[in-house]
Each structure stands twice: as C-alpha cells, then as structure tokens.
Design a binder for this molecule. Structure first.
Ligand code: RRO
Length: 345
C-alpha cells in the first residue's frame, strides 16, 4: 500500500535529497550515458566518477572481480582511476541533460575529483571557479582514498600530506564565492581509535560552525591491499599492481559502519557523514543511518544490479521504517544503542 507518511529525504551539507540513497563515485559513473541513467533513476543525487584533469584509461585488465558469499556480491577492483577527464564532467551540455533527465524536481549533481597531486586538484577548482558550470553543480567531493594508482600512496593515510590537502582545498575561493556549493571528502577506512581522533582533529577546524566550508565526509572508500587468488592457475585474479586492489561490497559493510559511527561521535555536528560500504538492501541503509549516516552511497551493488537498485533499496527502507513506526530518518539517525551487559537477544 502506498503511504505518503514515510519520508526518506535528507538535507546533506545544505543540499536537499528527496531520497537518502545515492550512487557512490566509481561503478557506472564514467560516461555521460551512465550518469544520465542515474539521474533518471530513484537515486537521491548523481555523483560522477572521480575526475582527473586529463582523461585516463586506467590500469590494464583484468582489473575487477566479484566475490560471492551466499547471495551477496562483494568486489575487488584495481581500475586505476579511469575517467573521461574533468572537462567531460563539468561541460554545460552534460549538466543541462542531467537537469532535464532528473525533471521535474531535479537532483543534486556531485562532482568527484581525484587529482594525482594537490596542484591538480587546485587546478580543477580554479577551472570550476572560472567556468559558468559551477552554478549547476551541487557539491565537489574530493576523493583522498583511491588505493589503485601505481606510484601514488593514499593521501588519507599520509597525515602531513592529508592536512595540507584539507587546508588548501577548503581555502579555495570557489567555495567562498559559491556558498551553496558543498565540499565533501571521501575518506579511506581507518581501523584504530587514535586514527579516528587524528583525522577528526584535522577535519573539525574546517567545519561550517567554525567558519569553514567542509560539509561532509564519505565513510568510506574501498579497503586497499586486498588480494584475490586463483587456486587453479595459482595466480592473482587481477593483473595491476601485483594483483592487489580495493575490497568493496557487503564484506566491508561492518567496517564502513564502524567508520561512520566513529566519525559521527567525533565530528562537529555541521559535518555530515555519508555511509558507503556494502549497502545492498533497505536494512543495510537503515543500519548505516542508525550509526549516524545522513545519507548512504551504493557502489558494488549499483555495479551488479544497475540503477534500479536505488528504487528497490529506497522501498525496502520505507517498508522497514513503516514496520518500526518511523516517519522520518531523524526518528532513528545516530540512535544506535550499545547492547547492555548480560542482555538477551
Ligand atoms: O578507479 C579506481 O581504481 C578506484 C578509485 Br578512483 C577509488 O576511489 N576507489 C577504488 O576502489 N577504485
């Protein structure tokens, strides 16, 4: 039965999303056609593949594999940042077609960038500032967590470099000149409390409540250095970088939710946390939101199922909320309780 009583919309860093379920940068986000399909789907926003200044074809094949555990599909990828180049994701005709495809209400368009250096990221922001397209852009999501570019260690794990990147990017005039343009950072997964403290310590001074421009973080990118092994051929399954790649999908969902929860409890309230990791069902989305996520991105499942997954997951989330008597995400967001001592299931 259709009930207008359940609302899964959210406000993410000043943007309104009619659904809190959106795509992650990565799978099915490379081409204009793929982005338009997301715009036409039930996704709450459209997020591009991480762009570099120039087009890249990425790493050699084979560079993606799936891991089946029960009926759930996880993945390991070593794509190597294949993308059409910054200009392709910001050109006026793409932005217009995205708007038309998402009619009548339109939906936010998030440009993900992952320059191969700080200078390259700043150059892309310079170009945005100079271009007219910035007014049709809702957010810039800076990916500091790609594990797969040969010779480029992960920025989010190199704290001195990470701090400089955070400071310089958040000080870029494109954000002060366009106060409605949200800034997000996509983080790698962290595994230890002191690391969450350290990263939160770098992020909090950039919060809007402190006069900064940081709107949100995504927790998290894939878990690097995963290795799939083919026992028959006694080789790695993937070719690039010695066969290592980023682990994504349901096998990292628990780690992603841990990151969401750790950051939510440490970050200034004005910095939103977007959950990303292993979301296949409405129940998975609910669990991320219970941990404190404002919205939820879908990566591996989007690749496996296609953009109809956004409708299915949203409907499952609504059904679960109805069953529990919740009307809005605020009714349960961040309200995860720690199980009591000796409590029974
Ligand atoms: O393209 C990739 O290899 C890739 C990227 Br940019 C990323 O951020 N995360 C990932 O797992 N793969």
């Amino acid at each position: 039965m259709e009930a207008a009583d359940v609302d899964i919309g959210c406000h993410l860093a000043g943007l309104h999303l009619s659904s809190c379920i959106l795509n992650a940068s990565g799978p099915r986000t490379n081409t204009e056609q793929q982005l338009l399909e997301i715009a036409r789907s039930s996704a709450g926003a459209v997020c591009s593949k991480s762009a570099t200044l120039e087009e890249r074809s990425g790493n050699d094949q084979p560079r993606y594999t799936e891991i089946q555990l029960g009926d759930r599909t996880s993945s390991i990828n070593s794509e190597g940042l294949p993308n059409k180049g910054f200009a392709a994701y910001t050109e006026a005709s793409l932005l217009r077609r995205l708007r038309e495809s998402a009619e009548p209400a339109g939906k936010p368009y998030i440009l993900s960038i992952s320059g191969l250096s700080l200078q390259e990221n700043l150059r892309m922001l310079d170009l945005l500032l100079e271009s007219g397209s910035v007014e049709h852009l809702s957010a810039v999501e800076v990916n500091v967590a790609c594990p797969n570019v040969p010779g480029k260690p992960l920025v989010g794990y190199d704290f001195p470099q990470f701090e400089a990147v955070l400071k310089e990017i958040s000080a870029h005039p494109v954000f002060t000149a366009n106060p409605t343009l949200a800034l997000g950072f996509k983080l790698p997964p962290y595994l230890d409390a002191p690391l969450f403290d350290a990263v939160a310590g770098m992020l909090n001074p950039l919060a809007k409540s402190k006069g900064g421009v940081l709107g949100y973080v995504v927790c998290c990118n894939t878990l690097g250095s995963a290795l799939a092994v083919d026992v028959e051929t006694e080789t790695t399954v993937l070719h690039p970088k010695g066969g290592f790649g980023g682990l994504g999908g349901p096998v990292v969902r628990y780690l992603a939710m841990g990151n969401v929860s750790h950051f939510r409890s440490r970050l200034d309230e004005s910095i939103h946390v977007v959950g990303c990791g292993g979301v296949c069902t409405g129940e998975d989305a609910f669990a991320h939101i219970l941990c404190g996520a404002t919205a939820v991105q879908v990566a591996t499942q989007h690749r496996v199922e296609g953009p109809t997954c956004f409708y299915r997951i949203a409907e499952e989330l609504k059904d679960l909320m109805r069953r529990k008597g919740y009307k809005r995400l605020e009714d349960f967001r961040g309200k995860l309780k720690v199980r009591g001592k000796d409590s029974k299931l």
